[in-house]
Design a binder for this molecule. Structure first.
Ligand code: ADP
Ligand code: MG
Length: 675
């Protein structure tokens, strides 16, 4: 390197060199601090910026000023450059501080001609500012890329990957892909939407390089050693002329999200399936319940029907049993009568036995009748009753029985809880009968003794009487069947008719009978009847008129031959004159032709082959109203239906001769039933 010394002689510029003025003008055109130096190292020309930046003594001639001084503000950079250029090296630029203000300049030295060297110091601050800006943008971008959870790759226009972030760096083994081609090979992307492998040309990077913006392409790729699902975005980078200079590739790993979504979808599908199944099951269940309910209903109906049939069968069997029992001694007596016909005592004895047997049979029939006959009593055809008084009566009547029981086994204590008067209306005989049955049952239920409580009460519109015992009680089964006729747990000691009768009587009186019972603790049966004001009846009941037998002219209408014949004989035995016929027509004929000796009385059966006895009753009422009429029936007399009104009296079969005689004799006694 040529070392120029300030002591060297200043040679004047050769002729082809620009004069100082022209050189200075040239320098002024430059936007930098600039100066021409002679190869000797002396200053030749300098522009205004140069005078400000460099050390130039304006009072001394330029040629006396060496670059060593002039370029002091550039430190060693200026002299070094100049000497290198002077030595024939290629011109170069050096970045250097100018002075102490921190101004940076680009220092450049170039040979101008064979005599002059040009040195320029161009202010680099502006360019530096730009550089700082871009550096900052660079740093910001880098930070951004580091922060984003997506992988980011930036390529140049040739598809070379020039920048990646940390996420991207982790995605592939080392060495990582350096081109989009390699990236595609590593990834082996599968297009999820179209369900097929993605070709290289279709890859997001290639599409971006061809100028397309790719938004959210769902791909399955091979990354981090596993199959992952990514969302891929790509966008071309363009310069000011809109040429594509590279692409930005951004991939988001959504494997987890996809998995969650898939799981969610699967769960939804599963739930939907479950819901369908549950709905189906429910429908099936409902159908099942429906079917079962119908079956149950049907079976309930069946059971009900069965129970009704059982009850009817039981009723029939009971009646048969009792009737047979009643007929048995009659049959025996008839046989014996024939054998001992000559012995009046024997005949009378058999007659008594026959009568007793008939009484027993009739009692059964009557009790069954009371159960069957459940139609309510007609208001007015009954009496004002005091349940307390009736209960007291029943307790009196049953005292001997209770006393007998008490002495046989344990004592039975009686507790009376009787209200002063408990008014209702009805047939006192029936109520008495009902209470009698209840007391009887209570006593039966306490073989070891106990307490019998009789309570009467008025409750709202009801008058009640309750019979309670501390006896054996009833099981649920027994309680359910207790009201059935002929249902008994007492074997041959029970008829099974007591509670059936109570039930029928309660119904007839528009009331109820209820049982509450605890096995081993006792039973209470309560009778509730419509409440009514009780007024003590004025005067005593009429005393029965003693029968005075006056021979009468009597017409008997009875289709049953034996019945007709017996009736005729009974009446004839009392001295009456009797005509007996078997049909309504015959009866009408007799009545019509009897003007000579008019009938005093007609006794008629109800069920006749050619009509009802009641029709005859009405016929007599219309045509021969003076003839008295009595009705004899095997049916329970139906009280207060109006049908009995034409008849003076109604007698029930089996006919009791004494009763009949009383009615015939007591010409003016009012019509009554056998009760
Ligand atoms: P019976 O007394 O002839 O058996 P009932 O109709 O009066 O017929 O009674 C039917 C059945 O009800 C009785 O056999 C008995 O089992 C039951 N029962 C009735 N009353 C009572 C009672 N007070 N305590 C326990 N069981 C009773
Ligand atoms: Mg009984």
């Amino acid at each position: 390197m040529a070392e120029l010394s300030s002591t060297e002689q200043v040679t004047p510029p050769v002729s082809d060199a620009p004069d100082v003025a022209r050189a200075t003008a040239l320098l002024e055109a430059l936007p930098s601090a600039a100066a021409f130096f002679l190869r000797s190292g002396m200053l030749y020309a300098v522009n205004t910026l140069g005078r400000e930046r460099f050390v130039v003594d304006s009072r001394a001639p330029l040629s006396s000023q060496s670059w060593k001084v002039v370029l002091l503000p550039l430190g060693s950079a200026g002299a070094a450059l100049l000497s290198r250029v002077a030595a024939g090296e290629a011109p170069s630029t050096q970045y250097a501080p100018l002075g102490r203000e921190g101004v940076m300049v680009d220092v450049r030295a170039v040979p101008f001609d064979h005599e002059l060297l040009l040195l320029t110091a161009t202010d680099a601050t502006a360019r530096d500012g730009q550089r700082t800006e871009s550096t900052r943008a660079d740093r910001e971008l880098t930070t951004l890329l580091a922060l984003t959870p997506s992988s980011v790759r930036i390529t140049d226009v040739a598809g070379r990957i020039v920048q990646t972030n940390g996420v991207a760096d982790l995605e592939h083994p080392t060495p990582p892909p350096t081109t989009v081609r390699e990236l595609w090979e590593f990834d082996a992307p599968h297009d999820i939407a179209n369900n097929r492998p993605q070709s290289f040309l279709e890859s997001t990077a290639m599409r971006a390089l061809s100028g397309h913006v790719v938004r959210r392409q769902l791909l399955e790729v091979r990354r981090r050693g596993a199959q992952r699902v990514i969302e891929s975005y790509a966008s071309p980078i363009r310069n000011e002329r809109q040429d594509v200079t590279g692409v930005v590739l951004i991939d988001r790993d959504v494997t987890d999200r996809e998995q969650v979504e898939r799981q969610l979808q699967e769960r939804e599908a599963h739930e939907a399936a479950l819901h369908r199944q549950v709905t189906h099951e429910r429908e099936h269940l409902e159908q099942l319940v429906d079917e079962r309910s119908r079956a149950l209903l049907a079976s309930q109906e069946d059971r009900l029907r069965e129970r009704r049939l059982t009850a009817v069968g039981q009723l029939a069997a009971g009646v048969m049993h009792d009737v047979n029992n009643a007929l048995n001694p009659i049959m025996a007596a008839a046989y014996l009568l024939r054998h001992h016909a000559e012995s009046p005592d024997a005949v009378r004895d058999y007659a008594d036995r026959i009568q007793k047997a008939v009484e027993i049979g009739a009692a059964t029939a009557s009790r069954v009748g009371r159960f069957i006959r459940q139609e309510p009593l007609h208001a007015g055809g009954d009496d004002a009753l005091d349940l307390s008084a009736l209960a007291e009566e029943v307790l009196d009547v049953t005292e001997p029985m209770r006393l007998r029981r008490s002495s046989e086994s344990g004592a039975i204590r009686i507790v009376r809880q009787l209200a002063p008067t408990v008014g209702t209306r009805g047939l006192p005989g029936e109520i008495r009968e009902a209470l009698l049955n209840l007391v009887q049952n209570a006593v039966d239920a306490m073989p070891e003794g106990g307490t019998l409580t009789v309570r009467t009460f008025e409750e709202g519109a009801e008058a009640g009487v309750a019979i309670r015992d501390t006896g054996v009680g009833m099981s649920a089964d027994v309680r359910e069947r207790a009201f059935e006729p002929f249902f008994t747990t007492k074997g041959s000691n029970g008829s099974g008719l007591g509670l059936a009768e109570v039930y029928g009587i309660a119904r007839r009186h528009r009331g109820t009978a209820t049982i509450s019972s605890v096995p081993g603790r006792g039973t209470e049966v309560t009778l509730r009847l419509p409440r009514a004001v009780y007024v003590e009846p004025a005067g005593a009941a009429p005393v029965a008129v003693p029968p005075v037998v006056m021979p009468k002219h009597i017409l008997v209408v009875e289709d049953h031959e034996d019945g007709r014949e017996f009736l005729r004989r009974i009446l004839q035995a009392d001295g009456h004159h009797v005509d007996a016929v078997g049909t309504c027509a015959e009866a009408r004929e007799k009545l019509a032709s009897s003007a000579a000796i008019p009938y005093d009385l007609m006794l008629t059966d109800v069920g006749l082959p050619d009509g009802s006895g009641w029709d005859l009753v009405r016929h007599v009422g219309r045509t021969v109203p003076d003839v008295r009429v009595g009705v004899i029936t095997g049916w329970e007399p139906i009280a207060d239906t109006g049908e009995s009104h034409g008849a003076e009296f109604v007698l029930r079969k089996p006919l009791r001769a004494a009763e009949l005689q009383a009615h015939i004799a007591g010409g003016s006694t009012p019509a009554s039933t056998t009760e």
